[in-house]
Design a protein around this ligand. Structure first.
Ligand SMILES: NC(=O)c1ccc[n+]([C@@H]2O[C@H](COP(=O)([O-])OP(=O)(O)OC[C@H]3O[C@@H](n4cnc5c(N)ncnc54)[C@H](OP(=O)(O)O)[C@@H]3O)[C@@H](O)[C@H]2O)c1
Length: 319
């Protein structure tokens, strides 16, 4: 039963089968202001190499992470291996640059070409339109705009699936309703502490769209614990959320089950979710993650969490 949790899953309507966990490479972008720590290059490369030698050989990166630094480091690992190993999965995301609000088709084209260069690849399994909440739907969908530009690469076969990854569930939904997208990423919005993307995930699953649930640890609070990391979605967590996190931690302690195992399996056990993207920046995290995914968790623990009441459904940024 536990090994079933690592069984590959069908990616939406396509025939591609992917590991149920992807290794989130945002921390590898060395984004101190986001994660509050630095990640040295050799540690980042070792993490990617460990992932690609494991059953969770699925890399999620983005042009945004360290403005190319995460992709550059993933690229160093790929170079060491002579390219992406057979069967491994690679995806990136393209949006505006961190230092500008220019979300034009031209900028997106330049950034996508840079991503291919930094990663040293000429094709991807999936590419996502990243952060479209930074522009209007009309501009993004206009002729020559970012959606058309990325669709152009898709139609040329540069990637096999086209996705959208917004930080606002309703924005993701608006794009999915165009019928142009095969996959959606939502982050920090389907965890033990917040289920703002519940409806989005139901919509996507019902329409054969692959669902990628990113940040099962809410950016760290459900991995490190609320005392060590009283933050959620890269900012200070509200007190009610900290209280709930502490209550869940207390349950985990009573059952002697690590909190991150419960946080990860909360996502893995939801059959609407194709892939859970967990962020990590140390090679030893790969085996830890596999252990968390395959650990047997008693039903009584889940019952006790359920008895706390459902997680908050509002947007975690308060918007
Ligand atoms: N809009 C989008 O498309 C979007 C938005 C957000 C995130 N994402 C993707 O989803 C991924 C996951 O999100 P996230 O990285 O922000 O948050 P996360 O997965 O909720 O948490 C990552 C944090 O948890 C820590 N962690 C992981 N495993 C651990 C373990 N076994 N023990 C202790 N700590 C552990 C990591 O620490 P270490 O660094 O020390 O390993 C890191 O600080 C990102 O990396 C990114 O690839 C996509």
């Amino acid at each position: 039963m536990s090994n079933d949790r690592l069984k590959r899953r069908r990616f939406g309507r396509s025939s591609l089968e992917v590991p149920p966990i992807a290794v989130g490479c945002a921390p590898l972008g060395d984004m101190r202001e986001t994660f509050l720590y630095s990640v040295p290059e050799d540690q980042a490369v070792a993490t990617v190499l460990a992932a690609l030698a494991s059953p969770i050989d699925y890399i999620d990166t983005a042009a945004w992470y360290g403005d190319g630094e995460s992709e550059r480091r993933v690229g160093l690992a790929l170079k060491e291996l002579g390219g992406l190993p057979d069967g491994a999965i690679l995806q990136t995301k393209i949006g505006r640059p961190p230092d500008s609000f220019d979300f034009s088709g031209e900028v997106v084209k330049r950034r996508f070409e840079r991503s291919m260069e930094l990663l040293g690849v000429d094709r991807f399994d999936t590419v996502f339109l990243h952060g479209p909440e930074a522009t209007t739907f009309e501009d993004a969908m206009s002729p020559g705009g970012p959606v058309e530009v990325l669709r152009g690469y898709y139609e040329q076969g540069v990637f096999d699936h086209f996705g959208v990854a917004s930080d606002i569930s309703d924005v993701d939904l608006q794009y999915l309703k165009t019928g142009l997208f095969d996959a959606v990423i939502s982050s920090n919005r389907y965890t033990l502490l917040n289920i703002n993307s519940d409806e989005l995930f139901s919509y996507a699953a019902q329409h054969g769209i692959a669902v990628l649930n990113a940040a099962p640890y809410g950016s760290g609070i459900l991995a490190r614990g609320a005392a060590a990391y009283p933050r959620y979605f890269y900012r200070p967590a509200p007190q009610a959320m900290i209280d709930r996190a502490l209550a869940i931690e207390a349950i985990c302690v009573r059952y002697d089950v690590p909190l991150p195992a419960v946080a990860l399996q909360f996502s893995l056990r939801d059959l609407r979710i194709t892939v859970t993207i967990a962020g990590m920046s140390r090679p030893e995290r790969i085996q830890e993650t596999i252990d968390y995914a395959t650990l047997e968790i008693p039903d009584e623990l889940w019952d006790e969490i359920e008895a706390l009441g459902p997680p908050d459904r509002s947007d975690p940024t308060g918007t």
